[in-house]
Design a protein around this ligand. Structure first.
Ligand SMILES: Cc1cc2nc3c(=O)[nH]c(=O)nc-3n(C[C@H](O)[C@H](O)[C@H](O)COP(=O)(O)OP(=O)(O)OC[C@H]3O[C@@H](n4cnc5c(N)ncnc54)[C@H](O)[C@@H]3O)c2cc1C
Ligand code: SF4
Length: 321
């Protein structure tokens, strides 16, 4: 199972700006970093996301904090490498990039090759979804995507959930306890590469940020805080400077074991998926059939319960507690 050794002290941090913290996915730390780096002229461009209707979220290069959109986490595949490569001429060095662990190294290589100075923040990552997951979910809830005027998967409190505004209605689906959560965790719409993923924390980035899935936060924090792990001097100095000048609040220093504990379910799941890849790819062929998907929405709780049992049996075989 993944057991990375963290070089620097892991921390739980939050933006000291109440609005940024509330709007952010967890503690608004990444949005605050982007604001700080622009305000102190330490970057000349950054990667942001923009809701674009039927296409859902698109990456976009920004050159000032005023152009930044605090969209929160985006739960569908975005080919950031391709976007950066196609827009390499428009990047103004230094740049701030956010991406998933599996995207860090190719992006770093691309930027280095083009002499672009970068700070790369990785999000922790359990799995990413095909866009089809969102289309499927909206359709099953009779929400016409052409009528959606505002959409986000996370943010506005913690852990919050999917928020949709249409011309006529507003919808909310909790991140952990709704049918959206069932679709997310079903693994039916998970990208192929996630079934052999070995990196949850983005250890090749300058720093990584995730949700504090620990009892003391899930029970008492409804505004949001972020776990932050720095991997080199660039990341560590950035974070130290920010909480020295008051833009980030230090909630607590975290033991490495607590970082692992906060992602325990993901670490076990990924270990089992890697180890039993052949069995899983056979099962995935069945569940990826058109007929299974057609009715899945109505029995997704049963599907997820069976997945849970499957993982529990394999956990027992593997001797994992
Ligand atoms: C697919 C996915 C899976 C995740 N899985 C986990 C997990 O298992 N455990 C965990 O603890 N945390 C996970 N996270 C990270 C978590 O959801 C938060 O993004 C993280 O805690 C940062 O929160 P924040 O409030 O500090 O950042 P915010 O201030 O909300 O800023 C988030 C930044 O990330 C950027 N961003 C959002 N989505 C993407 C994306 N798909 N690709 C590139 N950039 C993006 C936004 O543009 C924004 O700048 C996941 C995120 C994603 C997108
Ligand atoms: S689970 Fe791994 S492979 Fe899948 S998107 Fe996340 S980092 Fe990439």
């Amino acid at each position: 199972m993944e057991n990375p050794k963290f070089k620097y002290q892991p921390r739980v941090l939050a933006s000291s700006d109440v609005d940024i913290r509330y709007k952010g996915t967890s503690g608004g730390v990444i949005s605050q970093i982007i604001k700080y780096l622009f305000e102190y002229n330490k970057i000349n461009s950054a990667l942001s996301m923009k809701y674009s209707g039927i296409k859902l979220f698109d990456p976009i290069l920004i050159y000032t904090y005023e152009d930044y959109e605090n969209t929160g986490s985006v739960y569908h595949e975005i080919n950031i490498y391709k976007y950066l490569k196609e827009n390499i001429e428009n990047i103004k060095s230094p740049i701030l990039i956010t991406c998933l662990p599996c995207q860090v190294l190719p992006i770093r290589r691309l930027l280095d090759k083009n002499n672009i100075d970068s700070t790369i923040i990785s999000l922790f990552c359990s799995n990413q979804l095909e866009k089809e997951a969102t289309y499927y979910f909206l359709k099953k809830n009779n929400i016409d995507i052409d009528e959606v005027i505002d959409f986000r998967y996370r943010g506005n409190g913690w852990p919050s959930g999917m928020q949709i505004k249409t011309i006529k209605n507003q919808y909310f689906f909790n991140n952990n306890t709704s049918k959206w959560a069932d679709v997310f965790h079903s693994q039916i719409f998970t990208l192929n590469r996630c079934f052999s993923c070995k990196d949850t924390f983005g250890i090749n980035a300058d720093l990584s940020v995730g949700d504090p899935w620990l009892y003391r936060y899930t029970k008492y924090d409804n505004i949001g805080s972020s776990i932050v792990i720095t991997h080199n001097d660039r990341g560590e100095n950035l974070i130290k400077n920010m909480y020295a000048n008051g833009t980030l609040l230090l909630i607590e220093n975290l033991a490495s074991n607590d970082v692992l504990l906060s992602q325990k379910k993901t670490l076990i799941k990924k270990h089992i998926f890697r180890k039993y890849r052949k069995t899983l790819s056979f099962l995935r062929k069945i569940i990826n059939s058109r007929y299974y998907k057609k009715y899945f929405f109505y029995f997704c709780k049963v599907h997820n319960y069976m997945l849970l049992i499957f993982i529990r049996i394999l956990k027992k075989i593997e001797g994992i507690k």
